[in-house]
Design a protein around this ligand. Sequence first.
Ligand code: FES
Length: 72
Amino acid sequence: MSEPVVITVRDNGPFLVKGPAQLVDAEGRRIDVGSRSDFVLCRCGHSANKPFCDGAHKQCGFNSDDSTSRID
Ligand code: FES
């Protein structure tokens, strides 16, 4: 049995996807993630390489402020 895909919501940063996930666009076409089993997805909207994070969230001062949506 394979391990589940784990998506980590990073504070003030991207989504870290770990595991055998498939990434598809709005039409269901696969997006190449290369040979990587882990990848990071932009959620700040400033990446020049969307849907992947390129680190631009640091320069734009992205503030996720999502602490109210956490389940403890
Ligand atoms: S979250 Fe990293 S560039 Fe957007």
